[in-house]
Design a protein around this ligand. Structure first.
Ligand SMILES: Cc1cc2nc3c(=O)[nH]c(=O)nc-3n(C[C@H](O)[C@H](O)[C@H](O)COP(=O)(O)OP(=O)(O)OC[C@H]3O[C@@H](n4cnc5c(N)ncnc54)[C@H](O)[C@@H]3O)c2cc1C
Length: 399
């Protein structure tokens, strides 16, 4: 019997999307043990990663576990903390606060607690113990819990720059992923439009059978090569800019919140995420309703309230082009992460969508052109059926 042909999957981009996709695919497809499949990540030495995605969903635990990452190593290397949900402050009126915990509402036997909601308690407190854990500053895990196990459902807050480095080292050392640092300058395509090789500045051509575009807003393949338009969401989503800043804790033993705090503002909302060594904060706002100077003042006021000091450095100004690709799988190229679309970070869904995309790809991996055409249309159809925003090609986790 003829041996299986050697197949090569090439991922463009070494941000959260690139390395999570590489790690999930390499571990689920057993790349380190196979002779017939390679996965290569190509990342530019000149284009920095976005680096602001610090909040995750509980799905991240399964992704790290599948990759064989030790939870303690991850927590220590990425300044990570436990995230038990999000706390929304001031969204109805000043002083109002509610928590969206990750643990679902309780049922006791036949009693559905969501129907037995005492009027003097907030819904979030009445139906789920985790809200109290968050308010009391308690962890979602007890000392006796094993890796990735907890009393309450949890995710992490982490330093996105450190995560990319940690996953890169893990994927290359343990999972057999190849890594090339170079700029993609173009590509060669076959008569059917499929990419046959990527042109690089210093490493010649990188041939492949399938390509995953994780190049963020640059859309090196999905946008520049395939010119798939971005479906704009500005008619329903007004935020289009963010100012992001890192803020030190006032003391090394200052308490660390285990929720993402999201505080409503006149033209958007401020996120506040506690890591082990610093806090990450930012104002996501609509430039129609606030100038950058006004947004700066709003963020500065928040930072002063929290830390008693003005912002110590200039915040980073980031444009948000809310939308999703009209198609996210063209020929043999799939877009994952911001290359496929990004709406806004309020529910921290972007990294979860990356995980879903990578898992879907692992389950439906094929190098056959005919089968790929079925997967392309099947993925889109299942999204349309479940009504999810097709910003990636995975099914909606809520269904
Ligand atoms: C303000 C803000 C807050 C956010 N907060 C959250 C959050 O809390 N939770 C969440 O889930 N998500 C959040 N997100 C989204 C999150 O940041 C992204 O999902 C995440 O960073 C993934 O980005 P990426 O890997 O797709 O792209 P990037 O991080 O931009 O990586 C792109 C990669 O492509 C490479 N590249 C680009 N061009 C080339 C080229 N020509 N050749 C080779 N390589 C190239 C770059 O070098 C880089 O490695 C937030 C986004 C914003 C804007």
């Amino acid at each position: 019997m003829a041996p299986d042909p050697m197949r090569s999957l090439v991922i463009v981009g070494g941000g959260t999307a690139g390395w999570l996709t590489a790690g999930i695919l390499a571990s689920r497809l057993g790349v380190a043990q196979r002779e017939d499949l390679t996965i290569t990540v190509v990342e530019s030495p000149n284009v920095p990663i976005l680096g602001v995605g610090e909040g995750t969903w509980p799905t991240i635990r399964q992704s790290l576990k599948v990759m064989g990452v030790a939870e303690d190593d991850f927590l220590a290397a990425c300044d990570a903390t436990f995230k038990q949900g999000s706390q929304f402050d001031g969204w109805r009126q000043g002083g109002h606060s509610y928590t969206h915990p990750f643990t679902p509402p309780h049922r006791f036997g036949d009693v559905d607690l969501t129907q037995a909601w005492p009027a003097d308690l907030g819904f979030d407190e009445a139906v789920c113990f985790q809200t109290a854990l968050c308010r009391l500053g308690l962890a979602p895990k007890a000392r006796g819990n094993g890796e990735y196990e907890g009393i309450g459902n949890y995710a992490y807050h982490f330093d996105a720059g450190k995560v990319a480095i940690f996953l890169r080292d893990h994927c290359t050392a343990r999972l057999g992923v190849r890594h090339i640092v170079d700029d993609i300058t173009g590509c060669a395509q076959g008569a059917d439009g499929a990419i046959t090789a990527l042109h690089t500045r210093h490493h010649g051509d990188i041939a492949g059978d399938m390509f995953v575009d994780c190049s963020g807003q640059h859309g090196v393949l999905i946008d520049r090569i395939f010119k798939v338009p971005l479906v704009n969401c500005r008619d329903v989503l007004f935020v289009d800019r963010a100012l992001a800043i890192q803020v030190p804790y006032p003391a090394p033993d200052a308490p660390i919140a285990s929720v993402t705090m999201a505080t409503a503002q006149a033209a958007g909302w401020i996120w506040d995420i506690g890591l082990t060594k610093r806090r990450g904060m930012g104002y996501v706002y609509s430039s129609t309703y606030a100038s950058e100077d006004q947004a700066f003042d709003t963020l500065d006021r928040y930072v002063r309230q929290i830390s008693g000091k003005p912002m110590a450095s200039e915040p980073r100004s980031i444009g948000i082009n809310a939308g999703y690709r009209e198609r996210f799988w063209v020929a043999n190229c799939v877009a994952v992460g911001v290359a496929s679309g990004f709406v806004e970070p309020l529910e921290a869904s972007s990294i979860a969508m990356i995980e879903m995309s990578a898992n879907h790809l692992a389950e439906h991996m094929t190098f056959d052109a005919g089968a790929m055409a079925v997967e392309r249309s099947g993925s889109t159809a299942s999204l349309i059926k479940c009504g999810a925003t097709p910003s990636t090609f995975s099914n909606c986790i809520m269904c």
